[in-house]
Design a protein around this ligand. Structure first.
Ligand code: TPP
Length: 628
């Protein structure tokens, strides 16, 4: 571990203002070494955070946080911000239970303006704060830092649309590195690349006169600023800037690794009336060669060897994501109408092979989950069989599209929800805690959860045969299957599967990954003399009513076990069904609580929430009257 004397000497961001540029360079190096060392141990968003070290220092020197509000979109790039805002100690346990969050969190520091995690929100938040500030007659600055990837999200455009019209003073820093997680996509990205790469393009557009006139004396003397602006104007060529046309002043392009240059433009932006956007160009992964070479691989990364960049782990059982990716390729060979849609998560969802093999049938829509779902509906109307693969937490964005555009019209769209249930270190913004609830309530929707990776394969092939919308939800990582043969087994619609025979009193009916936990719990119970039956529910909608009714008649205790909030989940569906039955059978529902679950290792979280095998066995014994 390298020593970091300058970083250690900081008591807060205001100390940065006393440093000279040479010291800032050294500090940037120290920050990078801490980020690399910590993410190598704990995993995390390495490449995004390395890219904005100088930008972070410039922002904290020009602005006065927490009085001025700096809002980091997604918040995954906020590691340097955390380090200079008093979190040097808790950063050592980044993303560990009880340690620093991997995103900005209001309860962590007054310098964190929002609880971030989902993309494209910063400009809306900033505009809201700017409006509130003006209504209150206050005078702090509001700065939204948003990546070019996050700028593919519709919410960002909704905010720009209103910002340009309201004319509230607000600063948008566009952190453009050409990358979302993978290479950025879309027409806006192409436009930004033109601005970035073509030297004939400008720094400040047409309304230069008004801009100069609106600049009061801030930072450097105004005449020097005007001079430099005029110099830059010589390069003026582009007749129209999209942002200017929307009523948002555009300043750019500025080198995001040149603190001095950024400070000038940020100071300039402070004095501009109305909204202003500064186009900052950064290099993702800057300063760590493996991350510079493969910024997508090191975007969010598990533990790795700091010296070489070698990523640890892997090579064990196939992950659900890998199985999904392979089965998609198999299904594409068999079904020419199959198309795949991702919302900026090609690698994360396992669609990279599919994209390479079937480029014309693969669509990365950017961080645009709503559009992804409606695009799929359109493709389905046009006779195609779209598979929309979106993490459980991000599909929340597209709830209305699920309702109106897909379910209402009963269109055959397959949704695959990766990262369902607890995801671990990314914490509450990323846990897939709600999907069973928000999917189950939709008419026409079939909802499945595989008990292992082989069953994911079976469910995918079965979904292809179904007529209406289907959702398959599965967790991060691998499951019980050691390997997965490509040939699917038949799957009967709406039928659960007994995975362990019992002897009479208890059935544990588990959903998805919880089947494994239920089996472990049954072993513990067996040692205590209770032979519980374990059932893999497979379907959350439609329920296997026949099986449930029969169990309710035969058993003393039914336990439902799911990795979803209890509210609106599988257990509630079972409870509603059993209400209709005349039965004395006791129902115990186990699942995620009615609160946001913190970050930490999944196993630790399961134990803390009473969802590990020992706790489940304990619940069963307790419900049976404390036997054993
Ligand atoms: C709604 C939503 N969808 C997907 C993601 C996953 N995600 C996290 S960061 C990211 C890419 C962001 O790219 P950009 O804004 O350019 O930031 P960079 O990482 O390049 O600095 C994506 C797709 C997310 N956080 N939120």
């Amino acid at each position: 571990m390298k020593s970091t004397p300058l970083l250690d000497s900081l008591s807060g961001p205001s100390d940065l203002k006393a440093l000279d540029y040479r010291e800032l360079e050294i500090l940037a190096e120290e920050i990078r070494s801490v980020i690399v060392e910590t993410t190598a141990r704990c995993g995390g968003h390495l490449a995004p955070s390395l890219g904005v070290v100088e930008l972070t220092l410039a922002l904290h020197r020009v602005f006065d946080s927490p009085r001025d509000r700096i809002i980091w979109d997604v918040g995954h790039q906020s590691y340097a911000h955390k380090l200079v805002t008093g979190r040097r100690e808790s950063f050592r346990n980044l993303r560990c239970r009880g340690g620093c969050s991997g995103f900005t969190r209001r309860d962590e520091s007054p310098h964190d303006v929002v609880d971030a995690g989902h993309a494209s929100t910063a400009i809306s938040y900033a505009l809201g704060l700017a409006v509130a500030r003006d209504l209150n007659g206050e005078d702090y600055e509001v700065v939204a830092v948003i990546g070019d990837g996050a700028l593919t999200g519709g919410l960002a455009y909704e905010a720009l649309n209103q910002a340009g019209a309201l004319k509230k003073h607000l600063i948008i820093v566009l952190n453009d590195n050409g990358m979302s997680i993978s290479r950025n996509v879309g027409a806006m990205s192409t436009y930004l690349t033109q601005l970035r790469l073509n030297p004939r393009y400008v720094r400040v557009k047409g309304g230069i006169k008004e801009l100069i006139e609106s600049v009061p004396v801030v930072g450097a003397p105004t005449d020097r600023l005007i001079h430099s602006l005029k110099e830059r104007v010589k390069n003026f060529l582009i007749p129209e800037f999209i942002f200017e046309e929307l009523g948002i002043k555009y300043v750019g392009v500025v080198d995001g690794h040149d603190i001095r240059a950024m400070e000038k433009d940020l100071a300039l932006a402070r004095g501009v009336e109305g909204p202003v956007l500064i186009h900052v160009v950064t290099r993702k992964g800057r300063g760590y060669p493996p991350a510079e070479r493969e910024p997508d691989l090191y975007h969010g990364v598990g533990p790795f060897e700091a010296e070489t960049g070698r990523i640890k782990g892997g090579g064990g059982k196939p992950t659900f994501t890998e199985v999904f990716g392979k089965v998609m390729c198999d299904m594409a060979r068999a079904e020419p109408r199959l198309v795949a849609i991702t919302a900026a998560m090609k690698l994360g969802t396992g669609l990279d092979d599919f994209a390479a093999l079937y480029p014309s049938r693969f669509f990365d829509v950017g961080i645009a989950e709503q559009h992804a779902v409606t695009l799929a509906a359109g493709l389905a109307l046009g006779g195609y069989r779209p598979v929309v693969s979106i993490y459980s937490t991000f599909l929340q964005r597209a709830f209305d599209q699920l309702v109106q555009e897909v379910c209402l019209q009963n269109l055959p769209v397959i949704f695959t929800l990766d990262r369902s249930g607890l995801v671990g270190e990314d914490g509450p913004t990323h846990h897939g805690a709600f999907d069973l609830s928000y999917l189950r309530l939709l008419p026409n929707m079939t909802v499945m959860a595989p008990g292992d990776q082989e069953e994911l394969r079976d469910m995918m092939w079965a979904a292809l045969e179904m007529e209406g919308p289907v959702a398959i939800r599965y967790p991060r990582g691998s499951g019980r299957s050691e390997r997965v043969d490509p040939r699917p087994r038949p799957l009967q619609l709406g039928r659960a599967q007994v995975v362990r025979e019992g002897e009479g009193e208890v059935s544990i009916i588990a959903v998805g990954r919880m089947v494994g936990i239920a089996l472990e719990a049954s072993e513990i119970l067996s040692r205590g003399g209770v032979e519980a039956e374990v059932v893999n529910a497979r379907f959350v909608k439609p329920l296997d009513e026949e099986m449930l009714r029969e169990r309710a008649r035969k058993r003393r205790l039914l336990v439902t076990l799911e990795e979803n909030v209890l509210t609106g989940g599988f257990g509630e569906a079972v409870a509603a069904l059993l209400k209709e039955e005349k039965t004395d059978c006791l129902l115990v529902r186990l699942g995620l609580p009615d609160r946001f679950v913190e970050h930490g290792k999944v196993e630790e979280l399961f134990s803390a929430l009473g969802l590990d095998a020992t706790s489940v066995a304990g619940e069963v014994m307790c419900a049976l009257g404390g036997r054993g």
